[in-house]
Ligand binder design. Structure first.
Ligand code: RFL
Ligand code: PHB
Length: 390
């Protein structure tokens, strides 16, 4: 079997790429190692930048997001027992974020692809890429108990941080950049009403905490923890006590508690591979780069990458112009490094470094104070947070 673009991975990057190519009449096949049920239920990101929400709307995927997502015009930075609102829209000429969970974006994308007759193979295994240096690369995999091969013109490696695509970039021409952080996030999902109308990013000497939301009845909360910790060490009362300590204010603000129905620990790191391309293989999303979640940038970068890649592929396939593909990695990496910088700064500003270093603590407080007291500093944070125009 032959297709124009073989896409490895049905995350936001792979599915949106397939959808964008379809809108321009280019066929693709998406290969996904997990089941449809699994990719539609894993809880991950929640925040869409203005540009991501606009793009999803433009390409016909905005209907449920408009109905069920929540547009937020500000966030709160909380430290020393006090909240400070960053007026995102006021500081960015009216731009905002949309809180709409990643797995809902995935459901919308899968539904759109299948309704259009798109080819997504779930539950594939033993995926391997071949001939990316030549004119006709191919992807081999196992599906329904049979070995299969798809030849194609291009391969899009959209298989996330633990996928197989990145390993196909030869060591001699690639460079990896990474940073591991000495902390992780403990994330919970709670049946409760929202504690706040907007997201709260809190810095406390005991560690970072984040109050986010999923719906009027389900809330998403995180707190900084040891990445090697075990969820078994955190019975519900201990979680609530820790969150209350880190989020306490002097003005009687109340954290709404409820039944915790999911707990998990995520490690935090920054990573970029350069270039994001070799021969006929192009990487997009987490396959090429990851950021710590403090800046809410991961899914948005995946969306921005495939927007560029789709355009470049359309130019090549429909008009025979190679320029976009030649320039894809350089263009994508500009935004990637900007997001790496922002995510690293937010992470450094808001997490406790755990060594009881009082100088470090005072420096972080000074940085936070500067952001909330200086309009240009607040505007810079707001501009980064709502995302850069394409
Ligand atoms: P994904 O979503 O990891 O999808 C990759 C897909 O590839 C499949 N796969 C394979 N398929 C075939 N063959 C193989 N060999 C394969 N290996 C893997 C996988 O099963 C999967 O379905 O990558 P993609 O598409 O690049 O999307 C990236 C985003 O998922 C990620 O950046 C975000 O979730 C990061 N992130 C956030 N991003 C935001 O923009 N805003 C947020 O608020 C935000 N919050 C978060 C986050 C990530 C988190 N976690 C769990 C790391 C919060 C958390 C807690
Ligand atoms: C989320 O709601 O999951 C979320 C929100 C903001 C972040 C990270 C995660 O920075």
């Amino acid at each position: 079997m032959h297709t124009k673009v073989a896409i490895v991975g049905a995350g936001p990057a792979g599915l949106l790429l397939s959808h964008l190519l379809h809108l321009d009449g280019i066929e693709s096949v998406v290969l996904e190692s997990r089941s449809r049920q699994e990719i539609e239920s894993v809880i991950r990101a929640g925040v869409l930048e203005q540009g991501s929400a606009d793009l999803l709307t433009e390409v016909g995927l905005g209907e449920r997001m408009k109905r069920e997502g929540a547009v937020h015009h500000g966030i709160e930075l909380r430290f020393e027992g006090q909240g400070h609102r960053i007026n995102l829209s006021g500081l960015t000429g009216g731009r905002a974020i949309t809180v709409y969970p990643q797995h809902e974006v995935i459901k919308d994308l899968v539904a759109a692809r299948l309704a259009a007759g798109g080819d997504i193979r779930f539950d594939v295994s033993q995926v391997s890429l071949h001939g990316i240096d030549g004119r006709e690369p191919s992807v081999r995999f196992r599906h329904d108990g049979q070995d299969r091969e798809i030849t194609c013109d291009f391969i899009a490696g959209c298989d996330g941080f633990h996928g197989v695509s990145r390993a196909c970039l030869p060591a001699s021409t690639r460079a990896d950049f990474s940073r591991k952080y000495p902390f992780g996030w403990f994330g919970i999902l709670v049946e409760a009403p929202p504690s706040s109308d907007e997201l709260i990013y809190a810095y406390h000497q005991r560690g970072f905490a984040l109050v986010s939301t999923r719906s009027p009845t389900v809330q998403r909360l995180y707190f900084q923890c040891d990445p090697a910790d075990d969820v078994a060490n955190w019975p519900d009362p201990r979680i609530w006590e820790e969150l209350r300590l880190r989020l306490a204010t002097g003005d009687g603000w109340d954290l709404k508690e409820g039944r915790i129905f999911q707990k998990g620990i995520i490690a935090m790191r920054s990573f970029v591979v350069e270039p994001m391309r070799h021969g006929r293989l192009f990487l997009a999303g987490d396959a090429a780069h990851i950021v710590p979640p403090t800046g809410a940038k991961g899914m948005n970068l995946a969306i921005a990458d495939v927007r560029l890649l789709a355009r470049a592929l359309v130019e090549q396939v429909s008009f025979g112009r190679d320029g976009g593909l030649e320039d894809y990695s350089r263009q994508a990496l500009k935004r990637v490094w900007r997001a790496e910088n922002f995510s690293w700064r937010m992470t450094s500003m808001l997490h406790a470094f755990g060594d009881g270093d009082s100088f470090q603590h005072k420096i972080q407080l000074a940085e936070l104070r500067n952001v909330v007291d200086s309009p240009p500093a607040a505007a810079a944070l707001a501009e980064n947070y709502v995302g850069w125009q394409f």
